[in-house]
Design a protein around this ligand. Structure first.
Ligand code: ZN
Length: 285
């Protein structure tokens, strides 16, 4: 067999293997990694300094314009999970848009998302602590009724204190806090949202992205089918659906940096006051 014949048989072998594995070459060209972007507040006033959790509406719109121009497809949570499990192929340019905390000003994003028919998920703090800065139940329900939007859980009270959060409670700190409080946040938020939305709630995002193996176990038992972190990487096919990675979009970064976040799949920190982007993932055993 000469060199050419050898190469030919190798390529036949590859084609044969691909067909046996039911993988067409077109399929392998499909994306294997998806940026799941995290936004928090979408502001219209000049008195708010943009940072990792605050972005001006103009800049947000510019980013969405870019995604639309580039032909990005937005995915629902179900679609993302199916992709990660390897059960669904998705367009090469796919992206997931998530909005944490249920800020009222996030409603500023809705007309922009609607303009492009973009899908998005809104991660709601289910407790009755809504202040004027947060959406009320009528607004939350209206979002959930939207065919392209979904509302998911972000616990009951969003424990955010470094010394008093889901992780410290697991260890009985501070005094008086324990596993029952952890379970309440995880189980009760699901129950409250399901009562309000009249449908099963399948997904949870950890407050501040803080979690560990024990919390994952509790959340699985509560019935959640995927869990969102702020582990700063794109989500890939075959990744753990109970540790979905997401990328912060720092509102103080330029459009050039936004493009780099998408292309490189890593976050950029453009404001020295940011804390979450630079902080290591808080993921204790
Ligand atoms: Zn949050």
């Amino acid at each position: 067999m000469n060199g050419n014949g050898y190469m030919k048989s190798i390529s036949y072998l590859i084609i044969f293997l691909l067909s046996v594995l039911n993988v067409s070459p077109a399929y392998t060209e499909m994306t294997t990694s998806i940026p799941v972007l995290v936004y928090h507040e979408i502001v219209t006033t000049d008195d708010r300094e943009p940072n990792e959790v605050v972005i001006k509406l103009d800049k947000f719109k510019e980013q969405m314009d870019f995604l639309a121009e580039q032909g990005y497809s937005t995915l629902s949570m179900d679609e993302l999970v199916e992709f990660m499990k390897g059960k669904k192929s998705v367009p090469e340019k796919s992206i997931v848009l998530t909005f944490d905390d249920g800020w009222k000003n996030v409603l500023n994003a809705v007309p922009v998302l609607e303009q492009y028919n973009f899908k998005a998920s809104f991660w709601i703090i289910a407790g009755d602590w809504f202040g004027p800065d947060y959406m009320d139940w009528a607004q939350v329900k209206e979002l959930d009724r939207h065919p392209n939007f979904e509302v998911e859980s972000h616990t009951v009270t969003h424990p955010w204190n470094k010394d008093s959060n889901l992780l410290t409670w697991l260890d009985g700190k501070p005094l008086g806090k324990g596993i029952k409080d952890v379970k309440y946040e995880i189980y009760e938020s699901k129950k409250i949202l399901e009562g309000q939305l009249n449908r099963p709630v399948k997904y949870l995002a950890w407050p501040c992205g803080w979690y560990n193996e024990r919390l994952i176990k509790i959340a699985k038992k509560a019935g959640y089918q995927a869990l969102l972190t702020t582990w700063q990487e794109p989500s890939r096919r075959g990744d753990d659906i109970y540790q979905v990675k997401r990328l912060y979009v720092d509102g103080s970064c330029s459009m050039e940096i936004f493009k780099r976040i998408l292309a490189e799949g890593k976050p950029y920190n453009c404001n020295e006051k940011n804390i979450s982007i630079t902080a290591p993932v808080f993921k204790e055993k």
